[in-house]
Design a protein around this ligand. Structure first.
Ligand code: B12
Ligand code: SF4
Length: 489
């Protein structure tokens, strides 16, 4: 079959992100013998016009459309991507009768809602290397795709989408040496403009943090690739595209114990010159792990700490306490790793005292940077949403494509100003939704000057503060709709 794979994401803030998931789908589809073309809408000035032309030239039987972001998950300056997605689907519909299949992380969080609002034929929730190929086989053979796990059908007579059950998900296949087809995309442009490439070493997360969608997207077990295989992929990347930093997109790279260690050992044994960064958990992060990661080229670690207060950590469903969080931060700093602490303020149960405790701890910890979210974006199926529904504090219709945020009523008035004040004093805080992100112009300038890797690691420098804290009003997005409809519950 002729399959056109489209990456709809045109958000270039905080950086343009290479569509790794779609590159995996492209590789699996090509390997299954189909003719594959890709359309990446991220950089084109006339992206929809170019898409139209490409569709008319290529005449696909199937169009796979990747929807990465629902919104920016930030309050109160929320950015919504739904209108952009609708435009892409409508553009496709106007020029082709091909079957349109939706997928991607944004779609997978709310497949039912997307099937209702976008004029598509089918969708696949969750990882799709195997499912998409099975679906193509079904379409080619004229079979009903209804039995394929994860496949979502068109609207039923009741107006709701029909989501077929995920029977034996997670599916096999991903760990068996498949390489993302980066060569079909303009990967070098992502390195130049985005400052890094991306690699996935494992899928899933065993933890149950109350607000988190990652276990829903990737599964609740870890499925890891062989360390040699991961490093083979990176070595080939560096060989093919020249030296560039890499972000490991795993939910948390440093857990379970032994996984990141094995990858670091292979990097060191092969004397690979690599700068990399990742998400990590404070759980079991000790001196040896931090030192080994630093020796193997880790230049920055984003610790999903969320709070540094025992009660609030418990309420967030975290599997560590404040002492562990502080210790992990210390081990990283001693090892010379730059640390970005990511925090969530205003979740259920938050009090002025817990907010002050977290901020006081951060002053002691002195991380390189802090990213602090105001409120919690509610997604269907997360523990926090289920609890709030059970307690009757929100209704089903509160949770969907219109971004909804929970902020504990007792701190809602106090929180924004207090966070702004903390950010001003510390100088190295980023407040998504409260303070504008980096200027698009500053970001482009830094990348054009050859500054690569995560920009937060430079936040301790005064010149970087100036780039962040200019007085210009600027958009929070390069593509989405700023300040859309959103609600606070
Ligand atoms: C790593 C990551 C980042 C890193 C990326 C670094 C890098 N250089 O790659 C950083 C920190 C920069 C980042 C930024 C943002 N991110 Co982010 N990020 C992730 C994360 C953890 C992994 C993404 C990834 O690469 N996965 C690995 C690939 C292989 O998987 P995948 O893309 O999902 O693809 C699979 C399936 O989705 C499916 N699929 C994909 N495409 C298609 C197409 C078709 C046709 C089909 C059938 C299937 C299919 O098959 C693929 C292979 O199995 C996800 C959460 C998660 N666990 O998925 C959030 C996530 C994607 N991010 C999210 C968000 C919101 C953002 C930001 C908007 C945050 C912000 N306010 O700045 C920005 C957007 C940046 C941009 N320019 O778009 C949300 C998106 C959903 C939502 N809530 O809107 C997610 C899901 C997290 C969440 N909150 O739930 N992110
Ligand atoms: S926040 Fe991190 S550790 Fe917690 S469930 Fe999500 S990915 Fe796992």
């Amino acid at each position: 079959m002729r399959v056109l794979l489209v990456s709809a994401n045109r958000e270039r803030l905080p950086d343009p992100i290479f569509p790794l998931g779609l590159a995996y789908i492209a590789a699996a589809t090509r390997e299954a013998g189909h003719r594959v073309a890709v359309a990446d809408l991220c950089f084109g000035r006339h992206a929809l016009h170019e898409l139209r032309e490409q569709v008319m030239r290529f005449r696909p039987d199937v169009v796979g459309l990747s929807l990465r972001n629902v919104d920016n998950a930030a309050y109160p300056r929320t950015v919504d991507y739904l209108e952009g997605h609708r435009e892409v689907v409508n553009t496709l519909r106007a020029v082709t009768g091909a079957t349109i299949v939706l997928g991607g992380s944004g779609f997978s969080i709310m497949p039912d809602a997307y099937m209702q609002v976008l004029d598509s034929d089918l969708g696949i929730a969750g990882e799709a290397e195997t499912t998409f190929v099975t679906l193509l086989d079904a379409l080619e053979g004229g079979f009903d795709p209804a039995g394929i796990p994860g496949v979502t059908g068109r609207h039923s007579p009741t107006g709701r989408a029909m989501v077929y059950p995920l029977r034996d998900w997670p599916l096999p296949g991903w760990t068996s040496g498949l390489r993302p087809a980066r060569e079909l995309f303009d990967y070098p442009r992502y390195i130049r403009r985005g400052g890094m490439g991306n690699v996935q070493t494992k899928r899933g997360c065993v933890f149950k943090c109350s607000y988190c969608t990652y276990p829903l997207l990737e599964g609740t077990r870890f499925r890891a690739r062989e360390p040699e295989d991961v490093v083979d992929e990176i070595a080939a990347l560096l060989h093919d595209y020249g030296p560039h930093p890499v972000f490991f997109v795993d939910s948390i790279l440093n857990f379970p114990r032994g996984h990141v260690e094995a990858i670091c050992e292979v990097i060191l044994r092969r004397k690979l010159k690599l700068r990399w960064s990742c998400y990590a958990t404070p759980v079991k992060l000790d001196r040896q792990q931090a030192q080994l990661m630093a020796r193997a080229g880790c230049e920055g670690i984003e610790l999903g700490t969320d709070a540094v207060d025992d009660d609030q950590l418990k309420r967030l469903g975290k599997s560590f306490n404040a002492e562990v969080a502080e210790r992990a931060n210390r081990y990283c700093r001693e090892a010379g790793l730059r640390v970005c602490q990511t925090l969530i303020f205003g979740a259920p149960g938050e009090t002025e005292a817990s907010i002050r405790a977290t901020c006081a701890a951060l002053q002691r910890m002195q991380p390189t940077a802090v990213v602090a979210m105001t409120g919690v974006r509610l997604y269907p199926g997360t523990p926090i949403t289920d609890d709030l529904l059970r307690e009757g504090r929100i209704r089903e219709e509160d949770v969907g494509l219109v971004p909804a945020f929970y902020i504990e009523p007792g701190v809602a008035g106090f929180l924004p100003d207090y966070l702004r004040q903390q950010a001003q004093q510390a100088g190295n805080w980023v407040l998504p939704g409260l303070a504008a992100p980096i200027q698009p112009g500053s970001q482009r300038l830094l990348r054009a000057l050859g500054v690569s890797g995560p920009l937060w690691r430079l936040l301790h420098s005064p010149w970087m503060h100036r780039l962040y804290r200019t007085k210009f009003t600027r958009p929070d997005t390069s593509w989405g709709v700023p300040h859309p409809r959103r609600k606070i519950v």
